[in-house]
Design a protein around this ligand. Structure first.
Ligand code: CA
Length: 220
């Protein structure tokens, strides 16, 4: 899962990037509305954390532009404490959820995971396929009672697969959702990660569609 964080407060932006990265997300972070508007249009984010008071363009303007362009990326807005007007304006502009400052990182994680799951019509809690269970909160993966050791990238890749079961996902789509903007996006690396996931989960869990990409078949 790849996130865009838009926050002009440098200290908070740094903390957001660090906490979200630790929670298993690839994170791009920017400090103004102009760049946010551009990146949100160019890059296929899985969710956005959007502060409303921003230099350049306000968060509300950016959000309205995305929604006008039929960009339905899930957006959690950050509002000033006690400002019900900001919340109302945010929802009118197309926000999926809000969080009033100051907030706890745990609450932001929970809300982000909820809007992402809602987008993929997955029930809350954990991602499951047969006896394979991916716990987003604790960032653990287990098969039955056996815990699997996954690297951060393997975890992001598996989470993306589990949110899109049965769908053919091209290497470039997987690359876009697993890496950050400035990362070296070599789509051949995805092959190596898929190979490692297969070693850990079993060969048949991820099928290759020659020339098209990969399909998460799930566990039967
Ligand atoms: Ca601000």
């Amino acid at each position: 899962m790849r996130l865009l964080v838009v926050e002009d407060d440098a200290e908070l932006r740094g903390r957001l990037k660090q906490s979200l990265a630790r929670a298993g997300f690839a994170v791009d972070a920017v400090d103004n509305g102009v760049e946010a508007g551009y990146l949100g249009t160019q890059e296929p984010y899985d969710a956005v954390v959007l502060d409303l008071g921003l230099p350049g363009r306000s968060g509300l303007e950016v959000l309205r532009q995305w929604r006008n362009d039929a960009n339905t990326v899930p957006v959690v807005i950050l509002t000033a404490r006690d400002s019900w007007q900001e919340k109302v304006e945010g929802f009118k502009a197309g926000a999926d959820d809000y969080l009033a400052k100051p907030f706890h990182m745990e609450e932001l994680m929970a809300r982000l995971n909820a809007v992402i799951r809602r987008r993929h019509a997955q029930p809350g809690g954990e991602l499951r396929s047969g006896d394979l269970v991916l716990d987003e909160e604790r960032q653990t993966v287990r098969r039955g009672t056996h815990n699997l050791e996954l690297t951060a990238t393997e975890f992001r890749l598996l989470r993306y697969f589990m949110l899109h079961p049965g769908r053919t996902l091209s290497k470039s789509v997987l690359t876009e959702h697993v890496y950050e903007y400035d990362a070296d996006k070599d789509s051949n690396v995805i092959e190596a990660y898929v190979r490692r996931l297969r070693q850990k989960l079993g060969r048949d869990v991820i099928r290759t569609r020659r020339g098209q990409g990969y399909v998460f078949e799930g566990i039967r």
